[in-house]
Unconditional design. Sequence first.
Length: 288
Amino acid sequence: MKSRLTIAIQGKGRLSKESVNLLNKSGISFSVNNGNLLAKAKNFPIDILFVRDDDIPSLVNNGIADIGIVGDNVLIEKIIELKNSNIKKVLDLGFSRCKLSFAAPAVKNISSLKNKIIATSYPNIVRKYLIENNITAKVVNFNGSVELTPYIGIADCICDLVSSGATLEANNLVEFKELLKSQAVLIINNDINNKKMLYVEKLIKRIQGVVNANESKYVMLNADSSDVKAICKLLPGSESPTLIPLEDTNKVAIHALCQEPVFWETMEKLKAKGASSILVMPVEKILN
Ligand code: ATP
Ligand code: ZN
């Protein structure tokens, strides 16, 4: 029974850098040589396959790769196409966030899609949406430059990925309906053998630890003992904070692991409740 794992990640594109970072932070070291299809990790039984993102769900589905990192948008599209897939989504990874939306040259609504031509790289998701909403329209598949199709007159509207909205604006398109929100996700093949599964579980725990840490901050501040209750209430997503006595007997240091972002507004509120010397620090890894 083979125990060495294979993970498929995007070789070149918007997911690549963060996918490599995530694996490195999970303690997997390998060298990335531009253009190489395969890298072998030195300190974990795993090979890394660098491929096009569209191929990742199929590679995991047929077991050529045991694990993959891919955008949820690409995964959902493939799962509809496959009907019966062998892929399990195990973790949201918190990067490459975007949404899949309808957009058109002038603001429209969903009912105005009737009998129109919609250009998209996600024909299965769009067709499913149209069927569910009883709308008849023509869906045409484009694998690139979808945003140009209304301008050259080959589509009335598009369904494409949006992050900042700058590409839509540059092409005079207005977003009028969001279909889904997406981010990078970790997927695994459903039939991984027991020997491999031990390593897959270990890897998932490590990756989960890195993702949790990315979303967490360690907050340290000083406060009068009388203000502790009010201050602790304001610390976002913290469990039981640690209180440390200070030399000045009226004062304590409060340390808390906050599992949600700590914004400037929160820090200003903490200060207004009497907190001083507020430090917000990044967290590298968390093992629960
Ligand atoms: P490939 O050559 O591997 O097929 P691609 O051009 O299809 O690459 P990229 O543009 O690198 O793909 O995007 C990969 C993924 O990054 C998308 O599927 C999506 O999940 C995510 N993403 C995040 N923000 C955006 C955005 N603004 N536009 C497009 N994709 C985005
Ligand atoms: Zn692609």
